[in-house]
Write a protein that binds this ligand. Structure first.
Ligand SMILES: [Zn+2]
Length: 380
């Protein structure tokens, strides 16, 4: 299913393509999170124009609302969202754990059988097991599904991190078993089952990460993801963990870092280290809060660089200096926002809280990331 087209001569990066039930996509790839079956303010045609090739949805959020049965009744996640390209569903292990983290909420209870959690919508209690998560993801009809895992927080001591990793390993085996059972049923009906990825945990401990990488990659998953609270959120540590497990990852399988931080350089750094897929809430979130990417994307000998007159390559649209500015957000950007609208107009929309601002700003930031990926592919 996964084909490597080129291995970079400058780094561990590679370009490839992954075939799914809804066509193939090119890697490295950025998957915008459409957690509740929508990328905020974006319609499917906007995402296609930007060049988005695959979306991420979340099994647990959709189980709570509107429910996997409603979605399968309409004809599956693609029909539901009117999106005909690939969709990856996250298993919900991270959410089941994180729902309880908000102040004043009841904490989730993690046991060997599964996770008991309380809905952030109405406080109702739910119990999710690896088998249940896989069933939900099958009902949604995603093209790539994820094994159910326990997210390892950075605050775990070694003893707990190990216990949690062992549990994630058992859950990986159970997820895979359920997948094989459902996949057989689907094949009997003449349909192709989804791909399934395993998730490597082990917290911030080198030996545990190595052990987890060794164990998870010994199972017949179609791809391998790197999970845990620290991944993407703490980029120096993420890169360190990638280096620890590098030699355990099969070269011919896709690799996915789950959740990347706000900096565009984080993307460049993980791609350089051979990551093929990543998701990141930052581009859309920053856009909504008035932070718009700006900079010339330059191909360099060692890779790709971004040159911008603004700190962190971010133009703060609310700044009064843009009040009369006739320029687009970014003169080099080919997105529909930059082709048609001035900074002055966007600043006005932002200041007057017009909902059109959300759409125009999100289009630009997503397209900027997409252009960065295109440059990384070109210069691999
Ligand atoms: Zn633009």
């Amino acid at each position: 299913m996964f084909k490597i087209i080129k291995n970079s001569e400058k780094s561990d990066g590679r370009i490839g393509e992954l075939e799914t039930n809804h066509g193939k996509f090119n890697t490295p790839v950025f998957m915008p999170p459409g957690t509740r079956a929508a990328v905020k303010a974006m319609g499917p045609e906007d995402l296609e124009d930007i060049g988005i090739e695959i979306l991420l949805v979340n099994a647990l959020h959709l189980y709570l609302q509107p429910s996997e049965s409603v979605i399968s009744g309409i004809g599956g996640i693609h029909k539901f969202m009117a999106w005909q390209k690939p969709v990856l569903s996250d298993s919900g292990g991270f959410q089941a754990w994180s729902f309880g983290k908000k102040e004043g909420k009841k904490l989730s209870v993690i046991a060997d059988e599964g996770i008991k959690f309380y809905s952030p919508l109405d406080g109702s209690s739910h119990f999710i097991t690896p088998e249940k998560s896989i069933e939900i993801q099958y009902k949604l009809g995603a093209d790539i599904i994820m094994a159910f895992d326990e997210c390892s927080p950075d605050t775990n001591d070694r003893e707990y991190a190990e216990k949690s990793m062992v549990r994630t390993h058992r859950w990986a085996v159970r997820s895979l078993k359920k997948h094989q059972e459902l996949s057989k049923k689907r094949e009997d009906k003449g349909k192709t089952p989804p791909l399934i990825f395993g998730i490597i945990q082990g917290g911030i401990f080198k030996d545990l990460r190595e052990e987890s990488a060794k164990f998870i990659t010994s199972l017949p998953f179609d791809g391998f993801a790197l999970g845990g609270e620290t991944i993407g959120y703490n980029i120096p540590r993420t890169l360190e963990i990638l280096a620890w497990i590098k030699n355990y990852l099969p070269k011919d399988s896709p690799r996915y870092t789950m959740g990347l931080g706000a900096s565009l350089y984080d993307i460049i750094e993980v791609v350089k280290r051979g990551v093929d897929m990543f998701d990141c809430v930052a581009p859309a979130r920053l856009a909504r809060h008035g932070s718009l990417y700006n900079g010339k994307i330059r191909l360099e000998k060692g890779g790709v660089a971004i040159e911008s007159e603004f700190p962190d390559k971010i133009l703060k649209i609310n700044n009064s200096c843009f009040r009369n500015d006739p320029l687009p957000i970014d003169e080099e950007c080919d997105c529909s926002t930059c082709r048609n609208f001035s900074r002055a107009y966007l600043r006005h929309l932002y200041a007057s809280k017009e909902s059109l601002y959300l759409k125009l700003a999100t289009i630009h930031n997503l397209r900027f990331v997409r252009r960065l990926i295109e440059a990384l592919r070109e210069n691999a």
